[in-house]
Design a protein around this ligand. Sequence first.
Ligand code: TYD
Length: 413
Amino acid sequence: MSEHSFCRSCGNKLFEVVNFGKMPIANAFVHKEQFKKEYMFQLMAMNCPRCSLFQLYEQPDPSLLFHDNYAFLADTSRVMQQHFSLLAEELIKDFNLKNDELVTEIGSNDSGVIYYLNKSYKHTNHLGVEPSKNVCEISNSKGLRMKNLFFNSNTASNLISEFGKSKYFISLNTLAHIPDINSVLKGIHDFLTDDGIYITEDPYLFDVFNKVSYDQIYDEHVFIFSVTAMKNLCDKFNLQLFDVKKTDTAGGSMRYYITKNKTTKISRNLVSYLDFEKKNGIFETKIYSTFRKNCEKSKNSLLDTLTTLAEKNNKIVSYGATSKSTTIFNYCNIGTDLISFITDTTSTKINKYSPGVHIPIYDYEYFLNNLPNYCFLGAWNHRKEISIKEKEIFSKKGKWIIHTPEAKIINDL
Ligand code: TYD
């Protein structure tokens, strides 16, 4: 565990944005006998007034988060799989990726972009770097070349000795998870060829603010990037951010295109996002205090909605045992008095309990046999996919509860 009053990148003093109180590890789904041993930490979002890097105050040791039994498997979401596959296509078609050019992906999970490069385009010169042993083994079994380690400037130099430099470097939903951002960016700078391109994507700060999706804030998301903060980070490591692309995944993300080649032309899209963030107050304190107030409003409206329904003996279930819902349930103090159970399709979560508030997690078959009156959409980042899946099933019988920006009951997703 480490506490940070100073920016992890530039060292400037941080200011507090929202204090969510004591939290368990968001993705640490537990068995009954582990209830008393749960690790708790202070979940507090901070911001750096100098480089605009939005970050956590305290974070548990990464080995507690990404271990041999990491509960997230990317291939449980069809939409995410399609997203990875489209980036593989972009590398081949738009960037003219050649078979002898190395593509390295960190946090490639059990089937990231390199999986699709290999499967759809027979691109074999790839390397996946993944700290969780179980997901690494799954990737190995799919024929991918993997290294089971945490990526940083030290491990990067070993990788360069073994594999040479990388033409493309990818991290989707990964960079925001790595606390030692300076070491990882130095590692990427060293690992990239001189004309190499780094493509990274993570939840976008202005989506979090606009949607009041405060549940994007949990132990694994040490940072929530804005374009401004990403540009500052790149400048510090002599990297050039040259383009950005808005994506819908993970509740609203931004993709960043970065290179070592300082002569690369900067896109108009990038300039307009920097301008947008400035105009919307990224350098002022108001945007952060408004977000804090909006989090409180969202919490109160969700508690009111659930309490009113529960008082009328409605059965409420949460759909998707997400890390995000760990923040919601613990911040709002929502337990089995309000939510009967959580349904999820991930084998490593089923028949366990949610962190902190200990709501039981049952599989999809149990859900089908015990359909509730209301479903709280815990996995709201998969809304489209769930909407299609449930159109003829749950949506025919019950109603949905969504919590962003304020709690609302809706008939269909
Ligand atoms: P995830 O997207 O990883 O969210 P977080 O990063 O907040 O943990 O988790 C989504 C969870 O939702 C995952 O455990 C799988 C589950 N899920 C279902 O149970 N049914 C579905 O139809 C979908 C799309 C996801």
